[in-house]
Design a protein around this ligand. Structure first.
Ligand SMILES: Cc1cc2nc3c(=O)[nH]c(=O)nc-3n(C[C@H](O)[C@H](O)[C@H](O)COP(=O)(O)OP(=O)(O)OC[C@H]3O[C@@H](n4cnc5c(N)ncnc54)[C@H](O)[C@@H]3O)c2cc1C
Ligand SMILES: CC(C)=CCC/C(C)=C/CC/C(C)=C/CSC[C@H](N)C(=O)O
Length: 483
């Protein structure tokens, strides 16, 4: 066999991605787009493809148990669905109420005009001003798509956020959501009754989270939210397929840099990824490694061996959230004085009140059903609650007149936000990258996809010495004049 022909058959490089959630699978997809077909990509996953995008099957029907709603302006998720041939369903838009534990402090009406009057009566023009505040943040946030479509990358989460909206934007990580909104002139009543409940639903935390995640949380209450028909996790399995990566079912234990002599005869620095699969310990060598799972002991337990300077564990604490699915008849009197047949609300949020044992409760539809959840013949719906702890039977019987089943799914869901929130580095070592640091700014599917695109671009530019494509200042101004 001709030697040069044999060399041409070798991959340009071998890449590893650790974690097959939306971050890891989209990273594999973008790596393939940038590096082309000759690259070998291994994707390690110790659990299910999808990670925190997962469904739960109850009486033969699947429901979203993790990440469930996607914003209409989440352009990476939108593009994936279109390019991968998936379909979307609109999130059901039933009536929402807010409970303080004793009574409903706000209740939507099915009449649009009555809602407007109610909102103005209770909060003046603050809901409108809030809408404009979120739109302003989103407008700046959307700049990332333009940067990434021109292939620009950032070496830190801070640089990425700064490029979107300068010091003010980055500064949102240093202030609490409460401070940010108080400074913007919103009243305590409006924040307590409308904004804090949304944040309890979305991030299970008070208004003490950072201002940026607060804005993302409010975007998560916008209209037009959608999901993937059949389950959001389908995006991950389709991305994996499209990336033509090799899925390795195993748990990565440690990563160490070693010198290897490649078949070309040159000694090269590579990363050895050691993993456990079944009862066996195996390893592989890689030129580039992308870590797409939160790096802390509870969530991934990956050790970096013999790096100088050492790569320490990041002590980012992830908040526990319990999602419980209950099929039953709601005890509406837990929330209002009205009986069930006159109740009409399909989602109840809660104010920040230490006596409350749930953050939210809402009717859910199966992932294959479009809108309008239907009760079973006896009038029971499937409800999903989010709570910090597992619900006791006594608590369930406070919420429900009767129930057929209650099944829980426990998550280390998202970071515990406590500004100033400093994000971990993206570049852990020469060719070793970390995606999930972006969750310190805000955790959402689209954030992981943005981090994945950025890491793939960064890895590509650093591999090829394109330093002019990394951390460019004034990108917004520069790209304004480009078509
Ligand atoms: C209950 C809940 C509701 C949510 N709702 C929404 C929502 O409505 N909208 C939204 O946008 N976001 C939502 N989110 C957030 C969103 O789900 C996450 O931000 C996103 O899915 C994170 O994706 P990821 O790929 O970065 O991480 P993950 O999905 O956590 O993926 C990491 C993967 O790495 C694997 N792994 C870990 N350690 C190892 C190892 N040592 N070796 C090999 N594999 C390993 C894990 O098994 C996992 O599959 C929600 C999250 C939760 C928990
Ligand atoms: C990243 C941007 C700009 C927007 C994302 C907005 C969004 C969809 C936020 C939701 C984030 C989140 C962690 C929600 C958790 S609960 C979700 C849902 N309401 C449910 O009931 O499961």
């Amino acid at each position: 066999m001709n030697v040069s022909w044999q060399v041409n058959l070798l991959p340009l490089f071998v890449g590893a991605v650790i974690g097959a959630g939306i971050g890891g699978t989209s990273a594999a997809y973008y790596l393939r787009q940038k590096f082309g077909k000759d690259v070998k990509i291994d994707l390690f996953e110790r659990g299910e493809v999808g990670g925190r995008l997962a469904t739960i099957t109850l009486q033969g029907q699947e429901y979203e148990a993790g990440g469930s709603v996607i914003h209409p302006l989440n352009l990476h998720m939108k593009r994936f669905v279109k390019d991968l041939g998936l379909s979307t369903i609109q999130s059901s838009g039933g009536l929402i109420g807010v409970s303080n534990g004793d009574t409903l402090v706000f209740e939507e009406s099915s009449w649009f005009i009555i809602n407007i009057i109610k909102l103005i009566w209770q909060y003046g023009f603050q809901p409108l001003r809030m809408h404009m505040w979120v739109e302003d943040v989103l407008d700046k946030f959307m700049r990332i798509y333009r940067y990434q479509s021109h292939d620009y990358a950032f070496s830190s989460v801070e640089n990425l956020l700064h490029s979107l909206g300068g010091d003010d934007f980055l500064g949102m990580l240093n202030r609490t959501f409460l401070e940010t909104l108080q400074k913007a002139g919103f009243s305590k009543k409006f924040l307590d009754e409308m904004i804090a409940p949304v944040n309890r639903l979305n991030y299970g935390q008070s208004m003490d989270v950072n201002g940026f995640v607060g804005a993302v949380s409010l975007a998560g209450a916008d209209s037009g939210l959608w999901a993937v028909e059949g389950g959001n996790k389908l995006v991950c399995s389709k991305l994996l397929q499209a990336s033509k990566s090799n899925l390795i079912s195993g748990s990565v234990m440690y990563i160490e840099e070693k010198t290897r002599t490649k078949q070309t005869g040159h000694p090269t620095k590579m990363y050895e990824v050691v993993y456990q699969t079944g009862s066996e310990t195996r390893s592989g060598f890689y030129d580039i490694v992308l870590v797409a799972t939160p790096l802390n002991r509870k969530m991934s337990n990956i050790t970096f061996l013999n790096f100088d300077p050492p790569i320490e564990e990041f002590h980012q604490y992830y908040k526990q959230i319990v999602a419980t699915f209950i099929k039953g008849k709601l005890n509406s009197t837990s929330f209002s004085s009205r009986a069930l047949d006159e109740f009409g609300l399909s989602t109840i949020l809660t104010t920040d009140n230490s006596h409350l044992f749930i953050n939210s409760i809402g009717i859910v539809s199966p992932v294959k059903e479009n809108n309008n959840p239907q009760p079973s013949t006896d009038g029971a719906f499937v409800w999903k609650t989010f709570s910090p702890e597992t619900l006791t039977n006594e608590q369930l019987l406070k919420l429900f007149l009767s129930y057929e089943y209650a099944v829980k799914q426990q998550w280390h869901a998202y970071p515990y936000y406590k500004p100033p929130d400093k994000c971990p580095p993206i570049i852990l070592h020469d060719r070793l990258y970390y995606l999930n640091g972006i969750e310190c700014a805000a955790s959402a599917m689209e954030m992981s996809a943005i981090a994945a695109h950025n890491a793939a671009l960064l890895a590509y530019h650093r591999w090829n010495g394109h330093t002019d494509m990394i951390d460019q200042e004034d990108l917004y101004e520069k790209l304004k004049t480009e078509l």
